[in-house]
Design a protein around this ligand. Structure first.
Ligand SMILES: [Zn+2]
Ligand SMILES: [Zn+2]
Length: 306
């Protein structure tokens, strides 16, 4: 149905380090083998930021080219197309025992923490994000942020609604009918993620996973959410960026007051003063700082193509 112009030439970052900006190739030793089903990897077979497959079009905007890993990114005349295998480049109990990425569920956080019965599976997804999203002209009020699935036509869809810097899916904060996100959070692993019943591993909140991508790329110094460093988690299907307790330059959220889901509109500017995205709605997820706890509920821009 959708017209898709020819994609730009791809560059296999892992295999062709000499053609890529230094900030996206800090890891030596990746084999760049993205076609074998098994991950390009160390001898252990563990999936990591160094071993995962990353292919990003050279003409992709810097906020995609320099900030994302373990994904394929193509461009069209008016969109950024991000494809992910939805396989986290880090350890989790949800990989299942026997996986080189397996780590036991951390029960030291309290008796209420208990893994859900699901195992993460490869559930590839693709998001087509407009280069210039169209605003719905919304004011996101507290009345719209009710945590109830289906209470508004303006909600993000259930399932994959965004992609994190480390290729993990982002879901909205609305638990499936019959569940409550405040109860589900006790099934989150050390990366604040868990798999859906069909296996899609996903975030609903801040996580050290995307921040580890920033650290690996030299864009942040530490990966602890709320740690006062640069915090960017990912992008939603409509073009809304998901930031943490800081702006992209590491400063505290500035500009217009935050709306009921922690969002506002302004330029996203990096540490060197370069405007990476002009005049863009984004949300600040900052549970450790007493701010917004979860991913956005209301889709600010008109299109979500997945
Ligand atoms: Zn979930
Ligand atoms: Zn902001």
């Amino acid at each position: 149905m959708r017209f898709v112009p020819p994609v730009a030439v791809l560059v296999a970052l892992a295999a062709c380090g000499s053609t890529t900006p230094p900030e996206v190739t800090p890891d030596a030793g990746a084999t760049g083998d993205a076609s074998a089903g098994g991950d390009a990897s160390s001898s252990s077979g563990e999936r990591t930021l160094a071993s995962c497959e990353t292919q990003i079009a050279t003409d992709a905007p810097e906020i995609f080219r320099a900030y994302f890993r373990c994904v394929t990114i193509e461009t069209t005349a008016d969109a950024i197309v991000i494809s992910s295998r939805a396989l986290p480049p880090h350890k989790s109990n949800y990989w299942g025992q026997g996986s080189p990425n397996y780590a036991p569920f951390d029960t030291s956080r309290g008796a209420e923490y208990r893994a859900n019965p699901n195992t993460l599976e490869e559930r590839a997804f693709k998001l087509t994000i407009p280069k210039t999203p169209t605003s719905r002209g919304l004011t996101v009020t507290a009345a719209l942020i009710d945590g109830q699935v289906g209470s508004s036509q303006l909600e993000y869809p259930l399932g994959v609604a965004g992609v994190a810097l480390d290729s993990v899916a982002i879901f909205n904060p609305l638990a499936r009918p019959g569940d409550d996100i405040e109860a589900e959070k006790f099934t989150f692993d050390d990366y604040n993620a868990h798999p859906a019943p069909e296996g899609t591993y996903h975030y609903h909140t801040a996580s050290k996973g995307p921040l580890e991508v920033l650290v690996a790329g030299g864009l942040a110094a530490q990966a602890s959410p709320g740690g006062g460093d640069v915090e960017l988690f990912g992008v939603m299907c409509d073009g809304t960026f998901v930031l943490g307790c800081t702006e992209l330059d590491g400063s505290a959220p500035g500009g217009a007051a935050l709306d009921a889901q922690g969002g506002h509109v302004h330029d996203l500017t990096n540490k060197t003063g370069t405007v990476l995205v002009a005049d863009r709605y984004h949300v600040h997820v900052c549970p450790s700082g007493g701010g917004r706890k979860f991913t956005p509920e209301i889709q600010y821009y008109s299109a979500c193509s997945r």
